[in-house]
Design a binder for this molecule. Sequence first.
Ligand code: PLP
Length: 412
Amino acid sequence: MNSMNASHAVGKHEEDAVFSVLKAAQEAIASFGREKVINGTIGAIYDDQERFSTLFKVNEIFSSLSPEEIMNYAPISGLPDFLAASIDITFGKHRPEAFVKAVATPGGTGGVRHVFYNYSEQGSKILIPDWYWGPYSTIAAEHLREVQKYALFNNDYQFNIASLVEGLKSLLHFQDNVVVVINTPAHNPTGYSLSFPQWEQLLAEIVGCVKEKQKRVILLVDIAYIDYAGEPDQAREFMTLFGGLPENILVTIAFSMSKSFLCYGLRSGSLIGISSNKGYAEEFFNTNAYSNRGVWSNGTRGAQRLLTEIIKNKDVLVSINKEREELRLLIEKRAGLFLDEAKASGLNICPYNAGFFITVPCEQPAITATKLAAENIFAVPLAKGLRFAICSIPTYKIPGLASKTKKALTEI
Ligand code: PLP
């Protein structure tokens, strides 16, 4: 095939999994009316009137920022107050005993990019779960890396720690650096969260894998949905476990403002590095700040200032947490309805603890999605299942959804 691209960029193209289904849902809405269509494709919170949700206090503070604070550059590594705020918000009361540094990134995506690029060799493999957020493999490929998948669940749909450890050991055999991605709590696309004891067990296993000092494991903990993962303080308890780890384990956390403050489009977050070695923490800061300059320069100043204003005033933070809590409970209510009906109708679903999505594992996701689309139900077909974005489906449309999905699966 002819191409103007450089050799490594030939063939770059990807159908957006959500976009085509969303388009079909929008066409159905235009033909039949909004009430008749269930659009389970959008990974953003919509209220029960199907309006895009934002947090009032967040909007108010953002609107009150001066033009200079919105329009000006931020420092390359991020405003220092913003970095401190992102660390405080990420850990809450569960800050690990370790050296901690942060660098501003455009959302969690930016953090994923930096970890993939700076901590894995070109051409090497990154360990990700088999149920995963699609961009992990795109970002790996974009940076000339590959992904290897561990099975997130065993046959009983429980966390498959054995598969993760096996994958890690096999990669460590050939690579000195292995990046391992763990998307928890409220994993996309299943809503699964690792428990505290599972985290303890996992970290003990990883420590066992890096007894040889030249082997290094870089954990990337993607916490994009943490503020919708049950009680926010409890959801952070596992973070204390990141203290006191061997020096050849670097833990990184991709903090994102997108969901926590419902400002997806402002593109703001930070990559947090946690190490028992002061020098490695400083290296983390320098390396990722350098990458900021080399890839996108600085982050969105207005969003960084927004977070610093929020954290400055305790009452503001309390009020935002309260607003967000209402939305979290709304999603929990929708999930509860879906899960009860799934149980009653015998519909198998991936283990769901919390979060924006519920996923139904199935053999033929695309055919199932098409069958449901004929009934004006739109869900995103993944490689091994169907994803329902309950974050955006109004509560009154949830009853019937699980049983209709079960029926569609039975008829295939
Ligand atoms: N990680 C997961 C699992 C996600 O689902 C998303 C967004 O959908 C992100 C990270 C990154 O989002 P952002 O770059 O907006 O923070």
